[in-house]
Design a protein around this ligand. Sequence first.
Ligand code: ZN
Length: 375
Amino acid sequence: MKEVDRRAYQRELVSAAKRLGLSTHGDVETLLINHALEKVRTWIVAHGTPANLTDLLQKIAVSFAVEIVEIHSDGDVDALLSRIPPSREPVLARLAEELDDSTDAVILQRQNRDPWEMPFLAAINCRGWHRSRSYFSKWHEVIHLLLDGRQLRFAFRKTNAKKKHPEEVLVDKIAGVLAFHPDLFQPVLSRHLARAGCLTFDVVERVRAEIAPDASRESTLYACLRNCADPVYFIRARLGYKHAETKQLDDLLSGLSETNAPQARLRVRLASASPAVQPLGIRLHENMQVPETSLAAEAFAAGQRSVRGREALEIWQTSEGGPIGSGDIEIEASRRGDEVWCLLRFLPGTLGSRAVKDTPPRSGKKDRHEGQIAL
Ligand SMILES: [Zn+2]
């Protein structure tokens, strides 16, 4: 986050905390997340444990007095407008135009409703690529209401899928935690982890089916990682170039040189680790090359849905720093479209090169190797 964005985000944290009567000192973001978690926890204690997280979401939405409407097609918009005509609820006239492809959802405050109708209406974009986000988008709109506190601050609000105002960043952050509320999610994950012995793609799928059936596979995977006590990395890799090679290719395209064209190699595109990885000092960097001898490369080349096995962490290397660590890892790799998805589990005794290099700590300086990775 850029400094200017960071300061705007801090201001947002403070104003949200003030609205909710929370302290504005210390780690305000964590205070806000805990406040939201506690609010839902109190609801669960009073109303009983819901069947799953979708059930929780529906009931929490009712408790915040918001009706959620899924929009899958123009027909759904027409059906909504015939049920609640803009002649009765003028703000709805904007819906068709505002719920465009850049928008995940809109929420509006009803001005003319019957006594049995909800005061708020959230229309969730479920068309095309928004579909896989719709579970999260619903939580997002509910969290907006939770953060508003008693102040009603809007008549019509839209959530842009890409442009992120500081308030949207905060709402996303809280929604990411509540969408997998630990009181419901953690016991199910623990049970499946105990049965399987470790985090696998199959565990993620079973957990999703049981407790978060409407969440996307990828968001469930990240929730499993966050809540997993073992050291595990998840990476998505695909063919790509080093930054310098991309520039070289641009030069080639503009006709400056035609020799030694760089080859695309399998590179890490996204990498995310469970909390237990950090103390090991192991770090996989974005754009780092996946070793050609890794099972990840094998699964990618063969187009296999699932390859599992053991390999040495030493083969994972950066161009500047050599091996990122030593010891054995268990790897599960699965080809998905033009990517390979991998879970890397670090076995006992595995240690990252950073754990050695970073002792004693380098007075808060950034690691020199950051961003200079990979052949
Ligand atoms: Zn929003």
